[in-house]
Design a protein. Structure first.
Lengths: 274, 274, 290
């Protein structure tokens, strides 16, 4: 077996204590109110806390909290592009990297970036790119790094919002902010901005209509920049889900605008105050 | 003007401050940056802490997993520290496997745990030769502004103080572990090792708690780890300008004072939570 | 992704054509190119299929191996996907060039199959918590001429259809341990029900309309596309927006509707074709060059 010489060695195998729990963890119920008291079948997103410009080293940064989901995003650049072989030099390049801290999920994650993280990075890239004026940054690259500190559901949706806020904080020219929202379809009902348990729960067994949907939305242009779903859904509930997510995005829009305005005000105080 | 001077000749810029016995960020030569500790903010971890040392921010999450004790030490558990310097925390770090600095920091954390005897590995044993805990301490730097080692050591200590392990017993018949996630108890932290870092500027001037820029310009760096009884748990001096014995004595003295301050701070934070 | 350079004049020509529901190769907006399917093409796999769609060619091989069930689902087997972008397809894939695309394609496949009904995973379980069948689905891209997703999903469905998993018998030996015996008879095997396996439909937004099965030239004229995987019942198992552009909500609704219609229509002739080929019994192999 290859030994990782770059890290302190632990035991060869270890298992999560969750696998041996006497009482099974509370299951996600598909009826009645949600565990955190929010409403089912309504656009009831968790209140978000956002703050810009917390990281001193980055060009722009943002921290976001929605319920227990906590994530952080830093933007570096524009700087000289690393890949010289890119044929299209007229446009800037966006790179995204999304990672989960090993302690962010109920089960410990690996140190090495898994394929799931890479998939998230790719979807983050696709959701952000339409909002950026990349043609204004020829021959350069803009790096977006997201670190998920605690995963309590709807991570991708919040990562998109957080990243667009960090890009705006970095002063990168954009057409619009990008907001994210997720829903979990469970039979005939749905929950908006699902928690980790709601996202991964099995739901009511009999129903066929089980799916997850994440949407990225440009609110002032009314454009969808990212859409991703899995599970099984009818076309009708898919379309309804897209509409619900758009509504969810509009709900957090004022909070994001305020946070950004606050960051700008702090960065450039009006001349009368100085 | 000042910004231009700083970029054009950072060394001369720093010297001009040091001549006046102060530093660019307004500190005195032997002054630490404001240190804040926040514990228990990550609910998916068994213990967690976030430490800010000026701008430098480190988060630590402790995840406990069940493992088989090694054959050489049947009555001992494992503790695996890992320091991660993701590209998010500074533009100098690249994605990929841990770099030299991260590797050295991880090893230093492991050395502190071992030499200070802060935790008895026997306490982590559940059943001799059969089952023990493996504590994964994942330290992630979120903002790199120098003095990583002090921040990491403090974060790890605070997170371990915050760690509460679920109750486990081994079923006599099946030999399988049974975990009661509802009943948890804290770890017994026997010693409180605290690190204090210094750097030497222009082969003569001593600075306490260097920021990133100072660290880069310094001719030598030194980290001293002491515990509450003033015992020296570790000294780390990776090359650079030689240092006289008296000078070292003086620094150890400064480190013990720092240990007292930090110990008080941790006690205060722990009390505020309970 | 393999791309071609298209001049502005060409773009306008393609765009205007699509506006009038007439594409460069004479197709309408919702027509597929000529598709050829052959199953059982690689003899040392448990199931295989080769699909060509226009000039796009994909080969899928499925290997069944005995593994341990995942701790979270002790009474289910599982599928593993791997997509290999051969340098034969395009020089861009040389070295590690195709790796990124391969990852992207295989991650999407995991999403497409991430539901309870596509493949009956419980049938793949041999003994609970101990042994199960793991189906390794290896996709090899032989030639890229646009619309990889659709070709790939059809090939996977065909390969799963042709997959023969040997029957196993579990016997208890004297010490109470379990022993697994594989059946010697090559005809004594388990088949998979592929009725619910979804097919992917990629819709490329070109101008104000969207087209099915875009060629590379058409893809170059489009800023965004939507991939939709649809089962024969019309259930959607995965949706994903691809490409650097954005879509307005109305066109997403139109595209999902088209995707469902086209996807449902795709399943019927496909199943018929597969059953027909099966009933022929031993037949003349066409092979790769045929």
């Amino acid at each position: 077996m290859p030994v990782d010489t770059r890290r302190v060695r632990g035991p060869e195998v270890s298992q999560s204590p969750l696998l041996f729990a006497c009482k099974p963890a509370a299951v996600f119920s598909s009826h009645g109110p949600r565990a955190d008291g929010r409403q089912r079948d309504q656009v009831d997103v968790r209140p978000v806390f956002v703050r810009c410009g917390l990281v001193s080293q980055a060009k722009g940064s943002a921290y976001m909290e929605a319920g227990d989901t906590k994530l952080m995003c830093c933007v570096y650049g524009p700087r000289e592009t690393e890949r010289k072989d890119d044929t299209d030099m007229k446009c800037g390049r966006l790179t995204t990297d999304m990672r989960f801290a090993p302690f962010s999920c109920p089960e410990r994650g690996s140190w090495i970036q898994g394929s799931q993280d890479k998939d998230f990075s790719l979807m983050l890239h696709e959701s952000l790119q339409p909002a950026l004026c990349l043609h204004k940054y020829p021959r350069s690259q803009i790096e977006v790094n997201v670190m998920v500190l605690e995963n309590s559901g709807s991570v991708l949706a919040h990562a998109v919002t957080c990243a667009s806020l960090a890009l705006a904080d970095a002063g990168i020219e954009m057409y619009d902010l990008v907001l994210g929202c997720a829903i979990r379809q469970d039979g005939a009902s749905y929950v908006v901005d699902p928690t980790y348990a709601e996202e991964n729960g099995n739901g009511s067994d009999s129903s066929d209509n089980q799916g997850r949907l994440t949407l990225a939305f440009l609110p002032s242009l009314n454009q969808v920049s990212g859409l991703q779903s899995d599970g099984e859904m009818t076309e009708e509930s898919l379309s309804a889900g897209v509409r619900t997510c758009i509504e969810g995005c509009y709900k957090i829009y004022p909070v994001i605008q305020q946070a950004l305005a606050k960051a700008v005000r702090r960065a450039a105080p009006p001349p009368s105050e100085s | 003007m000042a910004a231009g001077f700083k970029t054009a000749d950072p060394l001369e810029y720093h010297r001009s401050f040091l001549k006046e016995n102060c530093r660019p960020d307004g500190r005195e030569l032997h002054e630490f940056r404001t240190t804040t500790v926040n514990i228990g903010s990550i609910s998916t971890a068994d213990g967690s802490a976030l430490v800010k040392l000026g701008n430098t921010t480190v988060i630590c999450g402790v995840k406990a997993e069940l493992a088989n004790p090694s054959v050489e030490a049947t009555g001992k558990g494992f503790i695996v520290p890992n320091v991660d310097l993701p590209p998010l925390c500074s533009s100098q770090f690249r994605p990929g496997p841990p770099g030299e600095q991260a590797q050295a920091a991880s090893q230093f954390m492991a050395d502190i745990i071992e030499s200070s005897e802060m935790l008895q590995m026997e306490d982590l044993c559940i059943e001799r030769g059969k089952l023990c805990w493996s504590l994964y301490c994942d330290l992630i730097c979120l903002d790199y502004d120098g003095n990583l080692l002090d921040a990491c050591a403090l974060t790890m200590l605070a997170a371990l103080k915050n760690t509460r392990l679920p109750k486990v017993r081994v079923n006599g018949e099946t030999g399988a572990p049974e975990v009661d996630l509802g009943k948890r108890r804290g770890l017994k932290i026997r010693r409180h090792p605290v690190a204090a870092s210094f750097c030497i500027f222009d082969d003569s001037v001593l600075l306490v708690d260097p920021a990133a820029e100072e660290e880069q310009l310094a001719t030598a760096r030194l980290t001293v780890v002491t515990d509450e009884e003033g015992r020296l748990c570790g000294v780390h001096k990776p090359g650079g300008t030689p240092l006289s014995g008296e000078r070292l004595q003086e620094l150890i003295g400064r480190a013990t004072v720092r240990q007292k301050e930090i110990h008080r701070l941790i006690d205060k934070v722990i009390k505020s939570i309970v | 992704m393999a791309t071609v350079q298209v001049s502005e004049a060409e773009k306008v020509y393609i765009l205007h054509g699509i506006r009038d529901d007439l594409r460069v190769d004479g197709r309408g907006c919702e027509d597929y190119r000529h598709m050829e399917i052959e199953t059982d093409v690689v003899s040392n796999t448990d199931g295989s299929a080769k699909v060509s769609l226009g000039h796009t060619a994909v080969l899928v091989g499925i290997k069944a191996e005995i593994g341990k069930p995942r701790p979270m689902a002790p009474n289910e087997g599982y599928l593993e996907f791997f997509v290999d972008c051969s340098a034969n397809a395009t020089p861009e894939f040389e070295g590690r060039g195709g790796e990124e695309l391969g990852k992207e394609l295989s991650n999407t496949l995991y999403k497409v199959f991430n539901n309870k009904h596509s493949v009956d995973l419980k049938k793949l379980c041999i003994s609970k918590g101990e042994h199960c069948w793991v189906l390794y689905v290896d996709v090899l891209l032989l030639q890229c001429d646009g619309n990889l997703y659709d070709a790939m999903s059809v090939a996977i469905k065909a390969a799963l259809f042709s997959t023969k998993i040997p029957k196993v018998h579990i016997s208890n030996d004297e010490e109470g341990g379990k022993e697994i015996e594989l059946s010697d008879d090559p005809f004594d095997c388990m088949r998979l029900d592929v009725e619910n396996v979804p097919c992917i439909v990629t819709l490329c937004k070109v101008g104000h309309r969207h087209v099915v099965d875009a060629t590379l030239q058409e893809k170059a004229c489009s800023v965004a596309s939507l991939i939709i995987s649809v089962t024969h019942k019309g259930t959607v198992t995965c949706v994903r927006k691809m490409g650097g552009g954005s879509l307005d909500p109305e066109s997403i609704f139109e595209m999902t509707e088209t995707g469902k219609r086209v996807g449902k229509a795709l399943h019927v002739p496909l199943m018929k074709l597969l059953q027909q080929e099966e009933s022929l019994g031993t037949r003349q192999k066409v092979g790769f060059l045929g």
